[in-house]
Design a protein. Sequence first.
Length: 267
Amino acid sequence: MSLVTTPALVLQTYRYSETSKVVRLATRDLGLQSAIAKGALRPKSRFGAGLELLSEGMAQLYFREARELHTLGAFDLVSLRRELAADVGRFAGATALAEVMLRMAPPAPLPVAYDTLIGALDALATAQPDHVDAAAVRALWRLLAVLGFEPSLTTCARDGAALAPAADEPVRFSVADGGALCPRCAPSPHAPLSKLPPHAYRDLVALNDAGAALPLLDSPHAAAHRRLVARFVRYHLGEAGPLSALDFWERRAWAPPTPSPIPTAVS
């Protein structure tokens, strides 16, 4: 057993006995790990209020290579990101990110995934109100990319041909193939395909480029982009189990649906 100190983010917690809880952590140096926080539910616990969903801190883990459940010695809180909790849209996007990290990250060091997740939460916390949806969509695509599921958008996902669609030409996107398809490979035998109008394709490219300005998405187009990335996650996760946080964020279940008089961005 070794004592490891690593930056960590709380992805999930649940009760373990009357006084303790198990925490699922995204750690920078050990990847995804589970640990028991003994006495965390006692009134005067040394963990205090630090072990809450999306809490960021320095975790001290008594770590054993051969075990799946380690012991959490301490968790020194760095940030609670209260801006996320104050807005349902931001919080929904953040919990969807946490759920994807929880389901798809390996129990092995992957610092770039941890840094991408932390950066995404910071971006969500500070995004302008009319950019929250786009910030969350970008965050999910960028996290998927560093976890090994980056969509192919500038070359055909099937034959590698460069994509250069005309200004008025829609682009076909195949979740199964992992990205956009050239005209020769579309229609694809894999179904379903998403038809991206030119502006939706340009927005999707921008959403996958961390250096590009965030596109301003109106409600129907934001909903279409949420559906696309959520569909991509479900397919490549390859599990039948529910993704409750992703579902909640995708459907924007906290707000009444807004009827749209114009076509959605992604069909």
